[in-house]
Design a protein around this ligand. Structure first.
Ligand SMILES: [Zn+2]
Ligand SMILES: [Zn+2]
Length: 416
């Protein structure tokens, strides 16, 4: 038997309803905040990701699904969405029509990571990006949007972790201090960090290897190196979060592993899955649009890990499956087509109706209706048709009423 690829997964009925529910709530909230959907391809030229994410990142070095297509072009299954959205923003000159664009997309990403519980090689993200606004207020807006979303999804114990990554003016000073700090500690770092520490010392702060994390506890903080503009910008983020009663902590280790981030960076963490876990992350990436050949346009955005979010939401709200409004129990094969007509007519009227096509006994059909958690059962056999009225049973109250077969669809709808 052919099995699915390691690290990939099916989302089966029973679980998919949670995904649909999350999508519905998310899209409606994003639209209320002025975002429009954009749908981008899942495959791009490899160069797009190499340039935007950075050559010496784990993602580009060893996690991307990259291959030559039949014409020999080097292509990659997208490991994240921001680069593609930027590419589309530039390619279609969306900025020329209206520089401020608020865009979102929902879909699969691909990273060939070591498979582990709850981590997939095809994983899903909800991405939102705002182009054309330099004000830190829109960073706050993104955090408000995320905390609102999680509260609507009953995800509890939410906290925003924020940091500033500075700007090209002030980051070099911090990098130099960090490089000095790391120089004496090379032997305690993992091999990746030891290799990258001179070219890109910020990556060491981001490393998940426990030894590196321990080593970095005493590291210098970017906060102490921010230029006056970056500092003022970060103060504004904090003041506005406070004004909106959004709980947050300043987290100096929060440096995103991608080259193009600057100033405000954030993560939303929840204690829902036991240990503190990030369910969303994002921040400002003012340099990326220009880096990819577009105009000098500020930008900020976030990504939500859909798989993990679905896992948390499932724990909170286990019952998302829509059960049938009515089950049509039909006795005698000769009556099936008539009842089938009713079933179709009910479906067209927006009533979720199910029926049995096997001609089994009333008892076994009632059992099936019960298993499906149908709210009502309509019982129809030769006798009912002869007498011109069917029996409608409320499966919760067990009450039974007789309803005329003449105009039955309307009669049933009126009783539900
Ligand atoms: Zn600065
Ligand atoms: Zn490391």
């Amino acid at each position: 038997m052919i099995q699915l690829i390691k690290g990939f997964k099916d989302i089966l009925p029973g679980e998919v309803e949670i995904w649909q529910q999350i999508e519905k709530i998310t899209v409606s909230l994003l639209e209320d905040f002025g975002f429009k959907e954009i749908r981008i391809p899942i495959m791009e030229h490899t160069e797009l990701f190499a340039r935007s994410i950075g050559e010496d990142t784990d993602i580009v070095e060893k996690e991307m699904y990259t291959f030559r297509d039949r014409s020999g072009d080097l292509v990659t299954l997208r490991p994240e969405a921001t680069a593609s959205i930027c590419r589309a923003y530039i390619q279609h000159k969306l900025f020329a029509k209206e520089p401020v664009q608020k865009l979102f997309t929902i879909g699969p990403m691909f990273r060939c990571e070591k498979p582990q519980k709850g981590r997939y090689r095809q994983f899903y993200q909800i991405n939102a990006e705002i182009f054309g606004v330099a004000s830190p207020l829109v960073d706050v807006e993104l955090i408000v949007l995320l905390t609102t979303l999680f509260s609507r999804l009953s995800v509890s114990d939410i906290k925003a972790h924020i940091n500033s990554l500075g700007c090209p003016e002030c980051r070099p000073g911090f990098k130099a201090a960090l490089t000095d700090f790391l120089a004496s500690r090379t032997e305690n770092l993992c091999s990746n960090c030891a290799r990258r520490k001179d070219r890109n010392p910020l990556r060491v702060l981001d490393c998940k290897v426990p030894g590196c994390r321990e080593e970095m506890a005493e590291s210098p903080s970017l906060m102490d190196y921010l230029c006056p503009e970056c500092l003022q910008d970060f103060e504004s983020v904090k003041t506005n979060l406070e004004a909106l009663n959004i709980p947050f902590v300043v987290d100096k280790r929060l440096v995103r592993g991608l080259d193009y981030y600057n100033r405000t960076t954030f993560e939303i963490q929840t204690g829902s899955l036991g240990a503190q876990n990030a369910v969303a992350g994002g921040g400002r990436y003012d340099g990326l649009v220009k880096e990819l050949g577009g105009p000098d346009m500020p930008a900020t955005g976030f990504a939500i890990g859909f798989d993990r979010l679905a896992e948390i939401v499932r724990l909170n709200i286990p019952e998302y499956v829509k059960t049938p409004d009515i089950f049509l129990a039909v006795l005698g094969k000769q009556n099936q087509s008539l009842v089938f007509e009713w079933k179709c007519a009910l479906g067209i009227k927006g009533v979720k109706a199910e029926m049995d096509f096997s001609g089994r006994s009333l008892k076994s059909q009632m059992k099936r209706a019960d298993k499906m958690k149908a709210k009502h059962v309509l019982i129809v056999g030769d006798n009912e048709i002869k007498e011109g009225s069917a029996i409608l049973r409320n499966m919760v109250t067990k009450e039974q009423v007789s309803i005329p077969i003449n105009g039955i669809v309307e009669n049933v709808v009126a009783k539900l």
